[in-house]
Design a binder for this molecule. Structure first.
Ligand code: SF4
Ligand code: SF4
Length: 179
């Protein structure tokens, strides 16, 4: 069942928001969305979520509902599979638009899903997104598989520091589930 529609109030409209989004690489064409619905029809997440609708996200941005969309945790459900990007007749690249939304949302609300924080911490510790257990490494040896590629967690941490991600991770709250 769809969430009940909330009436749009003039005071919540930020007409410049779509231009803020379009400054992000890959999100330049957000204003070209003509609401055909192809992205939602083909999105694997929309198939299983009652609420996640990329077409609606595009419209909310065009309307300038900045606060509403930035605080909507459903923006974190996108798996970045890029099906919508492949199929959009207007080349909107909605997956990149959602990435832009997430970037702005974390900076504004200082809040992100726990899993993203954990993945970033794993990268800084090991250079891999997931911590590979010792048992798995031993098993690779037993099977004659090549060793894991060398990583440089220090360099990754430096990048996180220079881009501001490190301080953002330190100051942000996390939440566990998006439904
Ligand atoms: S497929 Fe493209 S044009 Fe159609 S609703 Fe989605 S973003 Fe808009
Ligand atoms: S990239 Fe995100 S919005 Fe696009 S089809 Fe995949 S899950 Fe849906």
């Amino acid at each position: 069942m769809e969430q009940p529609a909330q009436t749009v109030k003039a005071g919540e409209i930020n007409s410049k928001f779509k231009y803020e989004i379009s400054k992000f690489r890959g999100a330049e064409k957000i204003t070209l969305c003509f609401q055909c619905g192809t992205c939602t029809a083909d999105c694997p997440v929309s198939r299983f979520s009652e609420f996640y609708r990329p077409k609606k996200i595009a419209r909310m941005i065009q309307l300038g509902l900045k606060d509403r969309i930035l605080s909507d945790k459903h923006i974190w459900l996108c798996t970045t599979c890029y099906t919508c990007v492949d199929h959009c007749p207007q080349d909107v690249e909605i997956a990149n638009v959602i990435r832009a939304l997430r970037n702005i949302s974390v900076r504004h609300l200082k809040s992100l899903p726990l899993v993203y924080k954990e993945l970033a911490e794993n990268l800084m510790k090991t250079g891999f997104v997931y911590v590979i257990p010792e048992t798995r490494i031993k098993k690779r040896e037993e099977l004659g598989l090549p060793p894991l590629p060398k990583t440089s967690p220090e360099e990754i941490t430096k990048i996180f520091e220079l881009t501001g991600l490190l301080s953002l991770l330190g100051t942000s709250q996390t939440f566990e589930r998006v439904e």
